[in-house]
Design a protein around this ligand. Sequence first.
Ligand SMILES: Cc1cc2nc3c(=O)[nH]c(=O)nc-3n(C[C@H](O)[C@H](O)[C@H](O)COP(=O)(O)OP(=O)(O)OC[C@H]3O[C@@H](n4cnc5c(N)ncnc54)[C@H](O)[C@@H]3O)c2cc1C
Length: 417
Amino acid sequence: MKIADANQPSPIDVAIVGAGSAGLALAAELKRSGVTRVVMLEREKTAGGIPRHCGHYPFGIREYGRLLKGPDYAKRNVDTAVKLGVEIRNEVSVTELHPQGRLSLFTPSGLESLQAKRVVLCTGVRESSRSQRFIGGDRPLGVMSTAALQSLVYLNGMHPFSRPIILGSELVSFSAIETCRHLGIRPVAMVEELDRVIAQKTILPYLTLRGVPLYAGVHEPKIIGKKHVEALAFVDADGKPQTIETDGIIVSGRFRPEASLLLASHLELDPGSGGPVIDQFGQCSDPSYYSAGNLLRAAETSGWCWREGVSTAKRIVQDLSSAHYEVRGYIRLSTNDPAIKFALPQRLVISNRPGGMTDMQIGLLKPSRGVLKASCGSQCVSVSKINSRPMRRILRPLADILATAPGSDVQLSFEES
Ligand SMILES: Cc1cc2nc3c(=O)[nH]c(=O)nc-3n(C[C@H](O)[C@H](O)[C@H](O)COP(=O)(O)OP(=O)(O)OC[C@H]3O[C@@H](n4cnc5c(N)ncnc54)[C@H](O)[C@@H]3O)c2cc1C
């Protein structure tokens, strides 16, 4: 094993794992702020992340003031970072995270070890597989995730089916319809196990416009087909068995953070979010590690991840400047409530360090209407109303929680109204 940077003129200030929207925005902002050496490690042949194979609009409106397709947006993120002097190493997989910013890499020329002052984890999300979603039936060809469909269609110019069914109704499921349109085909149905679409209701006219019927509230979806997919069987919302003929199933959404690296590492993992435990500065349990983008939680839009990358870069610049901050203690933020999937940041630092997140982000496990309470023992710290659904962005101010005593354990709970 060789030490990659033994002969390099300057040490690596920040290494970023994953060159998607969050990582690239973060890298560019670090360079803009004068950080000397920023190295990105990307396992794919080309940097850019998920938008690289989302060959549809709308990307980039807030970032670049124009409407871009995913691949153009990804290219713009890459070009900006490269122009600013970011070093991007493609086809390099990070295989292990070690304490104090040391990484093991698998590169085209073999194994390497890399040392950086700070490491930022930006490895994004992936969709749940059919087995993770307990979808029964046969195991024929023609079942794939939206990500697989998009890379077949946009990156390899393939035409995998002509009348697919989309399982799921998140925003990404609508992105799957757009991908089908690119092939000139119309999905025969969108099938959702929850009682209505997961994406905002305002998107429903889009289904009508595209002529895709929606089956919501279905149970027991089962894939049928000997060699290739032939049909999807399920029990509909009225309890009637249904079978729809199809030649492909797109199992879309139900995102999970791409956390394989974390699972085998020394970093603390949050079982709720599936990502790393962070504080309000995006810093992980080992302070030489930060994280940004969808690895923190599944899943936000590209624009959100891009902005999160920029904010995290500013916090890292502040950290690298060796300013001394007085830490008075920590507050733990957690939940045992079955309605709440995750809350982040999971740890709050009480200090005079400026510039941390001002809001916590909450994700629900089921549609919920009621009151969200933050409590410290028997003391109620904050109360706010919630009327939302899973996969929606919910933000609530952190100020009241930050005002509790150092060492507090603040619990979030939900009371249905
Ligand atoms: C199928 C799919 C479709 C989507 N469609 C949209 C859409 O239309 N609009 C939208 O706004 N959002 C969409 N999203 C959400 C998407 O996650 C965000 O748009 C955005 O890409 C998140 O940025 P990120 O930097 O967190 O992660 P990503 O863009 O996913 O980038 C993560 C990068 O990390 C790399 N990586 C992972 N592990 C390693 C490792 N061990 N070593 C080296 N590199 C590694 C990956 O190769 C990848 O390039 C979609 C997501 C998926 C999965």
